[in-house]
Write a protein that binds this ligand. Sequence first.
Ligand code: PLP
Length: 219
Amino acid sequence: MDIKENYTAIKNQLPSGVQLVAVSKMHPAEAIHKVYDLGQKVFGENKVQELMEKYPLLPKDIQWHLIGHLQTNKVKYIAPFIDTIQSVDSEKLLAEISKEAGKNSRTIKVLLQVKIAAEETKFGLEIAEAKTLFQEYIDGKFPNVEITGLMGMATFTEDIEQVKREFLILKGLFDELNQLKALVTLSMGMSDDFPAAIECGANSVRVGSAIFGRRDYSK
Ligand SMILES: *Cc1c(COP(=O)(O)O)cnc(C)c1O
């Protein structure tokens, strides 16, 4: 399968209304351009340095999403152009994004990344922390960000029932916060579990290897 066939196959599996974030990490700008030429405008990268290398090489109407852990001292590099930061996992980071967005006279869209996996994961807010942060946002503490939704990753397991239980936890939190202030995006699901995520209410999926092929970690 080549990139075009992969991309078309994924697009055909997505119900209308489900956004595709094409995860291009570890793939070169040329591969991204191929997918862009098929009509894809939203791409996800997980590392600031890699994004900064690719950004100047690619069309300016790409909406870049940062999906990996972000250190506060790196926010300033991406603040001028990033469309959405999906991986907000602390109050300190959210405050920094708001500050840097202000310096650039813009509002940056963010998702709160919430821990839903049973397995030990390094990054993500506990559910209670996410609720507190969202309330502070409603109270006006982060004026230059717009929290548009939630992001989560399920446990890496073959047990699809467990994966769905975890996705439904995030869907529950999404519905609860949405009562307080309207949210747009529920980002769940990757190459191996996006159909389950959509069943559980995801309206945005982050798909990498099913489009671009396997990532070569040996390089
Ligand atoms: C790499 C990555 C993805 C995409 O994973 P695939 O299995 O290649 O589809 C999605 N979300 C996050 C946060 C990632 O780091």
